[in-house]
Design a binder for this molecule. Structure first.
Ligand code: ZN
Ligand code: FE
Length: 751
């Protein structure tokens, strides 16, 4: 048969993930000649050989691609054979601006694990084993292009063995930048009181023993330090809570293997797939057993599988098979990633330090995700996902979108690719604000964007620190985007729906509205291209006391209860509100420090207070989460009324029903369920009539309130029964972590 030839262009996340060696092996397997190289916009391949081999090659190019690769398109162009012999990996073509994408960090692969536990392998039990399919990327790179000299591995030079693998195109470690072995690479040490232990083996064995004894360990991982302890040791878990000033927020659990995960939580097949995916997020799943102090008042556990070789080695060395594995910080501070800072800041918390020599270039927190009926939903975007692109936008102008002040993350749009940063945190915290600056510098310089060309998108809120940053940094190049429109836009942007007219729901705690009041229960009509008009909202309530309102559910209740009940009734059993409620009610009556809000988040807080959550919250969103989990314990009950009056959803029937049923002694979990069902039903009825009135078939829902999986599933069922579609966020969080993508999208369309 005559040889044929073709050129293949592969687009997507195909650089820095072992794609060229994979192509090399595939071409060799099918006896094809030619070459492969990293081009300016993806991977370029030239093939010559028999037609059937080429057909198999093109099929397997997609089906057998490295786990971390994301192929967004393959173009094949016929060419004339010119008698090429053999297959080679060519040097990269270098253009001006680096268009190579930085890969997210990847969990240790199966092949490396096999070596890790093979006593005859040169990297047996070596905590820094990695290959082109796995290992750190974003967390070790200082700048582009991604080669060893630009990473935190620069100070270790490869020995002959590592170098030979690095240079060999048929090796799994061909151009694996962080490649290392015990002879030439970094090691771990253990700091315990005054003693310092060296030697990976001894260090890991001792660390596992300390964990068994109930000690709290600071463990250096991929994107920062974690605090670890035996999750079944109640005393250890409580000590960790006390020392970390983290009263009730659930702790993530690292499980030794999938079997342990299944024994702790009910994981559907999609949940297991997410748990073992290369991104290795923390996956929320319904708990099957109680672990004291781990997740108070919560029906779910957050589970994560080992993702660094060190984690696998700790479990193999006898560490308890369920470990609390929580970001090393005090309450809301960002995760610690620097060794000296770790020792300084964590000395009052950790009993011992497991310190690795390989520096971390930047902090990257663990990601958090859950499975919805429409697929995985990311609640916190960090390790494994950042800084991957989350959307393609139609613009050649570089855009920097700053997000919101809470749950901050930023987005940089370069050449139409929207790169969303890792979770940064709450900018009110000084360290988080510093991290915000660092992350901006980091992304802008990594992609070599000329600063004077940057258009800056920011929130409409005049008092946000990110807004102040935008006006100082960009002046006339700053564009304000209303918070809730950004929420809705984030869903459409990640799906690439640029022109579809939708009904957008944005339900959250707070966001600055067009009229200067605090919004949070908003209905919009429009599209990314055309912009969004507010067409309906929650009936406004008067709240007292700015940001503090979010900390005290009874303070929210004071606003929503209003004239529906007298204060004395709620001070008595079964409500037993604290005096704080009376105080808030008096301020409201006098109109002191009050503001108007349409916040759906505060409505959930008010309902939670009426159901018994009368203390202050200890973390953001706690009362609403408490209410959702209470409702999950109930069977189906009839939903309360939540009618639309004009263009306002009237919460008063909901509140009245809760007060009535609770006074009559109805089970609180059934009341919670009837409330949840009522919110879903009322939202559906309002959405459906708006859709029909405006000829729209798609509803889009975003905002922190839609982290409530029960609400989303109730709403989806009702909408789909009525022939409407519901889209929610999957690539970026529905909470304010997704705001920057929505801002970038709206600015890219000229809004
Ligand atoms: Zn590997
Ligand atoms: Fe929000």
């Amino acid at each position: 048969m005559r040889p044929t030839a073709c050129s293949v262009h592969v687009r997507g996340l195909v650089q820095g993930v072992g794609f060229r060696p994979f192509v090399y092996r595939l071409a060799s397997l099918h006896d094809l000649a030619g070459w492969v190289l990293n081009g300016a916009e993806g991977v370029e391949i030239r093939l010559e050989g028999r037609r059937d081999g080429m057909r198999r090659f093109l099929r397997e190019l997609k089906t057998e691609a490295p786990a971390a690769a994301v192929i967004s398109g393959v173009d094949v162009i016929r060419a004339n054979a010119c008698g090429l012999v053999g297959f080679v990996i060519r040097e990269s073509e270098s253009g001006g601006r680096p268009t190579t994408r930085v890969s997210p960090d990847l969990a240790t692969c199966k092949a490396c694990l096999a070596e890790l536990f093979n006593p005859h392998d040169p990297r047996f039990a070596y905590p820094y084993i990695n290959c082109t399919d796995c290992g750190p990327r974003f967390s070790i790179v200082h700048r582009l292009p991604y080669d060893r000299a630009s990473t935190t591995m620069a100070r270790w030079s490869m020995d002959a063995h590592c170098q030979s693998e690095y240079d060999n195109p048929s090796s799994r470690r061909f151009h694996a930048q962080p490649v290392a072995c015990p002879e030439c690479g970094p090691h771990y040490r253990l700091l315990y009181g005054d003693t310092q232990l060296h030697g990976d083996d001894a260090v890991i064995t001792s660390a596992a023993a300390l964990l068994r004894e109930g000690k709290i360990l600071a463990v250096k991982g991929i994107g920062g330090y974690h605090l670890a302890c035996d999750a079944r040791n109640e005393a250890a878990v409580h000590a960790l809570r006390a020392r970390k000033f983290r009263k009730e927020k659930p702790f993530a659990l690292m499980v030794a293997d999938v079997e342990v995960a299944h024994s702790l939580a009910s994981l559907p097949p999609e949940g297991e797939a997410l748990l073992v995916s290369v991104a290795r997020p923390i996956v929320l799943a319904p708990a099957r057993e109680e672990l004291a102090g781990v997740a108070p008042d919560n029906t779910e556990f957050g589970l994560v599988m080992p993702y660094a070789p060190l984690h696998h080695l700790l479990f193999a060395a006898g560490a308890p098979n369920v470990l609390v594995m929580t970001s090393a910080n005090r309450s809301s501070e960002p995760i610690v990633y620097d060794d000296e800072q770790a020792i300084e800041r964590l000395s009052g918390i950790a009993d011992a330090f497991l310190i690795g020599e390989r520096p971390i270039a930047r902090r990257v927190e663990d990601s958090v995700a859950r499975i919805a009926s429409s697929g995985p939903v990311i609640l916190r975007r960090g390790r494994g996902y950042a800084p991957g692109p989350a959307a393609v936008l139609p613009t050649g102008v570089p855009i920097l979108a700053l997000g919101a002040d809470l749950k901050n993350a930023i987005t940089l749009v370069v050449d139409g690719q929207a790169f969303v940063s890792q979770h940064i945190g709450d900018l009110q915290d000084a360290d988080s604000y510093r991290a915000f600056h660092e992350t901006i510098e980091d992304l802008v310089s990594m992609y070599n964007v000329p600063r004077e060309q940057l258009v800056i998108a920011h929130d409409l809120h005049p008092d946000y620190v990110s807004t102040r940053y935008a006006t100082e940094f960009a002046g006339a190049n700053a564009r304000a985007i209303q918070h809730h429109r950004a929420h809705v836009a984030s869903v459409l942007a990640e799906r690439g729906l640029w022109d579809e007219r939708v009904l957008g729901l944005a339900f959250d705690g707070t966001g600055y509205g067009d009229d200067g009041t605090i919004w949070g229960g908003e209905f919009f009509l429009g599209s990314l291209r055309g912009g969004f008009d507010r067409v309906a909202h929650l009936r406004p309530a008067n709240l007292v006391g700015g940001d503090a309102a979010a900390r005290f559910p009874v303070q929210a209740a004071a606003g929503f209860v209003g004239e529906l009940s007298d204060a004395a009734e709620l001070m008595a059993a079964p409500f037993s509100f604290p005096r704080h409620f009376l105080h808030a009610t008096r301020l409201l009556q006098k109109g002191v420090r009050t503001f108007t809000t349409t916040s759906m988040g505060r409505l959930f807080d008010a309902a939670a207070a009426l159901l018994g959550f009368t203390r202050p919250v200890t973390y953001e969103g706690q009362a609403a989460i408490w209410l959702e989990h209470l409702a999950r314990r109930s069977a189906a009950v009839a939903p309360y009324d939540f009618p639309m009056e004009g263009h306002q959803l009237d919460y008063r029937p909901l509140i009245r029903a809760i007060i009535r049923d609770r006074s009559q002694g109805r089970d609180v979990k059934d009341i919670a369920r009837a409330f949840q069902g009522g919110v879903a039903r009322g939202t559906h009825d309002a959405a459906s009539s708006l859709c029909h009135a405006h000829g729209v078939g798609t509803v889009v829902a975003s905002g922190g309130v839609f982290q409530n999986a029960l609400l989303v599933e109730d709403l989806r069922r009702l909408l789909e029964e009525g022939g409407l579609r519901l889209h929610i966020n999957h690539a970026v969080p529905p909470n304010d972590g997704g705001i920057s993508l929505g801002q970038a999208a709206l600015v890219s369309f000229g809004h």
